[in-house]
Design a protein around this ligand. Structure first.
Ligand SMILES: NC(=O)c1ccc[n+]([C@@H]2O[C@H](COP(=O)([O-])OP(=O)(O)OC[C@H]3O[C@@H](n4cnc5c(N)ncnc54)[C@H](OP(=O)(O)O)[C@@H]3O)[C@@H](O)[C@H]2O)c1
Length: 263
């Protein structure tokens, strides 16, 4: 629990301590989700890893277990089987205090090539499924007494690049959904926030890493002058999941090396 009157008794190393908490991170077989799972587990949480490919989930679970972290694998499609995924986590791990909704997909082919159906599919993966997951998780997060719901949005949404209409609309919608749920779920002692990553060197950006035009763009436009390393996302998740953020509700925490505030 993160009751205000208890906060003053926390020693400095306990502000971000997640011992006793159970977290589910969807889309954590690799990439940002994996590093978020790793960070939450390093802060003491028991973390449920998830992805569609059971081999990836097993590999990620083994790797983190070998680091001495408390993790368990839950292979499955978080978009299609949200109810089952949440029920499995609660049944195996006993509770759920933290949900990080990390699944996302992008299509940068541009408006002339993204059909209405493609647009709808992207909205479904990035936005509708996150809503479904949040609904499925509401009962255990309420029961937690201090539930934490964290959406992974993007700097795409508040700002845009050409040729990216569906992802930009979906992630912008996800940020709006986050604000709406932050207002609605506050009465349950829950906080709802988002992390908006900038350009991170993950598998999903493989085709851009090392490309001269992109490297030039990142060097010039990102004040820190480089890609984000996936390991640099975890701290934001630990903060938003911990007592250290007990009065932070409805925030999008941007992690982009300063890109979105520069011009
Ligand atoms: N990388 C960036 O620069 C960046 C920037 C802004 C925002 N983001 C957002 O951050 C999130 C993660 O991005 P990433 O680059 O780390 O992606 P990634 O490297 O492609 O990893 C995505 C992970 O999600 C899993 N996944 C995909 N669909 C799933 C589903 N329906 N159910 C369960 N798991 C699923 C994948 O495993 P399986 O394929 O086995 O399911 C994989 O483990 C996304 O929401 C993305 O939009 C990323």
């Amino acid at each position: 629990m993160c009751k205000a009157d208890k906060l003053q008794t926390l020693t400095s190393n306990r502000w971000f301590d997640l011992s006793g908490k159970v977290a589910l991170v969807t889309g954590s077989g690799r990439g940002l989700g994996y590093e978020i799972a790793r960070a939450l587990a390093s802060a003491g949480a028991i973390v449920a890893l998830n992805g569609r490919d059971p081999v990836n989930v097993d590999r990620a679970t083994d790797r983190l277990s070998r680091e001495g972290l408390k993790v368990a694998g839950f292979a499955g499609d978080a978009e299609i089987d949200a109810d089952k995924l949440i029920a499995d986590v609660v049944s195996r791990l006993g509770r759920m205090d933290i949900l990080v909704s990390g699944v996302g997909q992008r299509d940068r082919r541009g408006t002339e090539n993204i059909s209405n159906d493609d647009f709808g599919r992207l909205l479904k993966v990035n936005l509708v499924s996150a809503y479904g997951l949040a609904r499925s998780a509401l009962a255990p997060l309420k029961a937690s007494g201090a539930g934490r719901l964290i959406f992974i949005t993007s700097i795409a949404g508040p700002i845009a690049r050409s040729g990216d209409p569906a992802y930009t609309a979906a992630k912008g919608g996800l940020a709006a959904l986050m604000r709406s749920l932050a207002v609605e779920f506050g009465k349950y002692g829950m906080t709802v926030n988002a992390i908006a990553p900038g350009w991170f060197a993950t598998e999903s950006n493989r085709q851009y890493i090392g490309r001269r035009d992109i490297e030039t763009f990142i060097g010039a436009r990102v004040p820190l002058g480089r890609w984000g390393s996936p390991k640099e996302i975890g701290g934001a998740a630990v903060f938003l999941a911990s007592c250290g953020s007990s009065y932070v509700n409805g925030l999008t925490l941007t992690v982009d090396g300063g890109l979105s505030v520069s011009f």
